[in-house]
Design a protein around this ligand. Structure first.
Ligand code: HOZ
Length: 429
């Protein structure tokens, strides 16, 4: 007997034959939660629809970019108009200036910016720039943080690497990995110790609010201490705001926590759902980038006019401060409901949230680093994930990914999610 996911199953079988694991990015594959990934046909607002016609309230939001909700009318109209003028020129456009100005105006530490095609590219370039500026080689990163699939940062990484329980990736030369020093997130003393032991540190890179081991906020004062220790030791501080940029505040986590990094990487929201990344910092540092300076970095499709259009249409909507009040209110309302639902079912769990980023961990202790995140009962998470999916709620198919709320998640959608969670938590007993 065939079930109601026939077409997703058929497509998955074909996909697995044609693509590694059947997907173009590992965490989509449902490997950690089991079952068949849903193949998506379309999305609108807070809802996605799979190829079997099942509709879900979506908390993945393309892993962060869809802050306005899917297929936002204004963004779609802007893209359609832009398409009529061609898709790529490989030459400068006014749109790129508008995008740069929008980012510079919003993100406190950024005076100049370079557009690239993904968050991974942004981080790769920021690391090269930090090495070029300081003349040093080593990078400090945090266990469970993920900065794209950049060679030197695939060490004790979060996201798909943690989800799949992979060792530090084969294919990354040991000589490169040796230049990466890892310390526990939220442990500023450990960072001090690393600097005491190593002279050659070019930069400390951090997700200021981690999304890639699930949502893990910084403890009070942690980011400020990173700022201080990096400066005292002549290293740069890089905030990877690919997830948090324009999400936690218009100026990202650096605005929210009032800490100024030397370099910032961005992605996701700034592309409005199209492939985009960016890195930026002070004028002094960014002047090292070619052709202004000697640190080489380039991209045929960088600053692509369609992507700039989608990004600008999104970022302009985020100028309204009400947006961030609404996301905070929605996050608080949803998570309060989820806590209540878990309590009613007597299921121990911890929920971490900053604004519209949140994660449920099946552990009864606080989660503030990789060790505490990894204590979560992942088999239980998988059961919860599928129970929610059955109730029409699409969560990230991994314990180690943050869920995202958009402006299209109405109070009614949030309430529906809490109702689904009551059933899902009760099924775990
Ligand atoms: N944690 C990833 C985004 N930073 C999930 C998306 C992906 O890898 O496909």
């Amino acid at each position: 007997m065939r079930n109601d996911h026939d077409r997703s199953e058929d497509l998955y079988r074909r996909a697995v034959w044609l693509m590694p694991g059947g997907v173009n990015s590992p965490v989509r594959a449902f490997r950690a939660v089991g079952g068949t990934p849903r193949f998506i046909r379309e999305a609108k607002g807070a809802m996605i629809t799979d190829v079997d016609g099942r509709r879900y309230v979506d908390y993945v939001g393309s892993w962060g970019p869809m802050i306005l909700g899917h297929a936002d009318e204004e963004v779609m109209e802007a893209i359609k108009r832009a398409l009529e003028r061609g898709t790529s020129y490989g030459a400068p456009t006014e749109l790129e200036i508008e995008m740069a100005a929008e980012i510079v105006e919003a993100v406190p530490s950024v005076e100049m910016v370079r557009m690239v095609n993904s968050g991974t590219e942004a981080v790769m370039a920021a690391i090269r720039l930090a090495r070029g500026v300081t003349g040093r080689n080593k990078i400090v990163k945090f266990e469970g943080c993920y900065h794209g699939h950049v060679d030197s940062l695939l060490v004790r990484a979060g996201s798909g690497v943690a989800t799949l329980g992979l060792p530090d990736s084969p294919g990354v030369p040991a000589s490169l990995a040796q230049n990466t020093l890892t310390v526990p997130f939220n442990d500023a003393d450990a960072v001090e110790r690393v600097f005491a032991e190593h002279r050659d540190i070019a930069a400390v890179i951090v997700e200021p609010v981690v999304g890639n081991m699930g949502c893990v906020p910084p403890r009070p004062g942690f980011l400020a201490r990173l700022r201080d220790v990096a400066r005292r030791n002549g290293a740069l501080l890089i905030f990877d705001e690919v997830m948090t940029g324009f999400r936690l505040a218009r100026g990202g986590a650096q605005e929210l926590y009032d800490v100024t990094p030397d370099l910032t990487t961005l992605g996701k929201i700034i592309g409005g759902g199209l492939p985009v990344g960016a890195y930026g910092g002070s004028r002094d540092i960014m002047q090292y980038v070619a052709p202004a300076g000697p640190v080489y970095q380039a991209g045929t499709l960088a600053g692509n006019p369609i992507a700039m259009t989608a990004g600008l249409a999104t970022l302009r909507r985020l100028r309204d401060p009400h947006v961030y009040r609404r996301l905070e209110e929605a996050g608080a309302r949803l998570c309060a409901g989820l806590v209540e639902a878990a309590r009613a079912a007597d299921v121990p769990m911890t929920i971490n949230r900053v604004g519209s980023m949140w994660t449920i961990f099946f552990t009864d202790g606080p989660v503030w680093d990789w060790t505490t995140a990894a204590r979560s009962d992942r088999a239980r998470f998988a059961r919860f994930f599928h129970a929610m999916l059955d109730e029409g709620i699409y969560l990230p198919p991994s314990q180690f990914e943050a869920a995202f709320i958009s402006l299209a998640h109405t109070d009614e959608t949030l309430e529906r999610t809490v109702t689904a969670a009551r059933t899902a938590f009760a099924s775990l007993k």
